[in-house]
Design a protein around this ligand. Structure first.
Ligand SMILES: [Zn+2]
Length: 163
């Protein structure tokens, strides 16, 4: 991979942790590339380049998904039970990531959606499934999906500037 991509990945991982998120897609920080980073709690972070969901199985109801590009809200939506993603890793090698019934499965679908221009709010059945958080709800919303705190505002601004 070229140095610019490796540098981007390092920056994205830093931004993801600064926002206490578990995933971040390059378009969220204003970079129009198909690159995502994921960092599950207590696991090493990793990057996926050109990720494509090649298999989805089953459905499950998520109750509190959030996104740093949609601060102040969380939503209930349907995600897949099992997800297989094909991508390149940061060394340019093809990898397949499999996840089932866990945070990683949710995050994979969420982040691949981002690089396709889709936000989780686009997947809600109804606006009734969207909940506005007051300040005290943040603590409980944070572990699911991505969290929004101070650094998120910058990311959102950048996205907004791109229109
Ligand atoms: Zn997001």
């Amino acid at each position: 991979m070229d140095d610019a991509i490796l540098h981007l990945i390092a920056d994205m991982i830093e931004s993801m942790y600064a926002a206490q998120g578990v995933g971040l897609a390059a378009p969220q920080i204003g970079v129009p590339l198909r690159v995502v980073v994921l960092g599950m709690p207590d696991e090493d972070p990793f990057a996926l380049i050109n990720p494509v969901v090649i298999r989805r199985e089953g459905t499950r109801r998520m109750e509190g998904e959030g996104c740093l590009s949609v601060p102040g809200y969380r939503g209930a939506l349907t995600r897949s039970e099992k997800v297989v993603v094909r991508a390149l890793n940061e060394h340019g090698k093809e990898v397949r990531i499999r996840a089932e019934n866990n945070l990683l499965a949710e995050a994979l679908e969420h982040e691949v959606d981002h690089i396709n221009g889709i936000l989780y709010v686009d997947r809600l059945d109804s606006t009734d499934d969207l909940t506005k958080l007051d300040g005290t709800d943040w603590a409980t919303a944070r572990p699911i999906g991505e969290a929004a705190e101070e650094p998120a505002a910058e990311a959102v601004e950048e996205v907004a500037q791109r229109g």
